[in-house]
Design a protein around this ligand. Structure first.
Ligand SMILES: O=C(O)C(=O)CO
Length: 297
């Protein structure tokens, strides 16, 4: 609180002197950034566990992202593997969705030809995730390659069953991401929440759940809030993104994130919500801060 007051009075002083110093572009842009920050509340409400996906900020280091995330009040960084965990720990940040065991998004559990490699990768990674004190490990169905739903479910169950048993032993959750197959990941099989929910039912374990990506699901099926309410027991984690374009989640796009977040809080979600939009505005961190506040219901 004191630091906010100091910041406010420093900004007031700076703004009072702006006419004298606007010749300096650096000072001007600093005051603009600070002014933007000033328009947001000082604190987060604590109803949503905020996280951010590392890959959307490829222009800065993990270390820099951690510093910015801490300043915003974000608690977790998504989609980082063991190499980055020490940096997150140094900054007191959680690895909210671990990665590094997948082959890629197209070669997944829905296709038997990848099972041997995936079982090796996940058998090695699950104990590492547990040893580091983390819980969620991402996985993918991969592409359909002509397979019908039933074949996809059967293949996923066969490939995942031994790994889910290992995950249970280590208190790790394998989380399959829902992706759109219409625009970004053509032919991806786990592209409807009902498809993912059916797979959860067949695996029948609290250690296999879904990552509901709000951006991807809006593109493929919409009906976001009803689907969250109907399937929340199978959803461990959420990703955001503006539709269309996957940019800022503000009023330049079609989803009303405060209502979606209220629905997520309403179903009792205790996991994380990770920002996964690609910032289009020049100040990427200002965009991230704003997105967190839009979602902070
Ligand atoms: O690659 C994508 O589109 C994702 O959403 C990964 O999380």
């Amino acid at each position: 609180m004191a630091s906010n007051q100091n910041r406010r009075s420093a900004i007031k002083n700076m703004l009072a002197g702006t006419a004298a110093i606007t010749a300096s572009g650096v000072i001007t842009s600093f005051t603009q950034k600070e002014q933007h920050k000033e328009m947001l509340p000082d604190t987060l409400k604590g109803n949503i566990n905020h996280a951010v996906c590392r890959w959307c900020y490829g222009d800065i280091t993990v270390e820099q992202l951690c510093v910015a995330a801490k300043d915003i009040g974000i608690k977790g960084i998504d989609l980082v593997g063991p190499a980055d965990w020490p940096t997150l720990k140094k900054h007191g940040l959680y690895s909210s969705m671990c990665n590094g065991a997948e082959i890629n998004l197209t070669d997944g559990f829905g296709d038997k030809q990848f099972h041997a490699q995936l079982q090796k990768n996940y058998s090695e990674m699950i104990p590492k995730v547990a040893a580091a004190g983390y819980k969620n490990l991402i996985c993918f169905s991969g592409s359909r390659r002509g397979k019908d739903n039933e074949t996809g479910w059967n293949n996923c169950v066969e490939g995942l069953k031994p790994l889910v048993a290992l995950a249970e032993k280590h208190n790790v959750v394998l989380v399959m991401e829902l992706l759109n197959s219409k625009i970004d990941h053509k032919d991806y099989q786990c592209d409807r929440v009902s498809w993912g929910a059916e797979l959860c039912k067949r695996l029948g374990s609290e250690n296999f759940k879904l990552l509901y990506d709000i951006y991807h699901m809006q593109i493929d099926e919409g009906d976001v809030i009803r689907n969250i309410r109907e399937h929340h027991q199978y959803i461990a984690h959420y990703h955001t993104g503006g539709v269309p374009g996957r940019n800022e989640i503000d009023d330049t796009q079609e989803l009303y994130y405060p209502a979606i977040m209220k629905a997520i809080v309403g179903v009792g979600h205790k996991g994380y919500v990770a920002q996964e939009f690609i910032p289009k505005q020049p100040d990427h961190i200002a965009s991230l801060r704003k997105a967190v506040h839009i979602c902070d219901v």
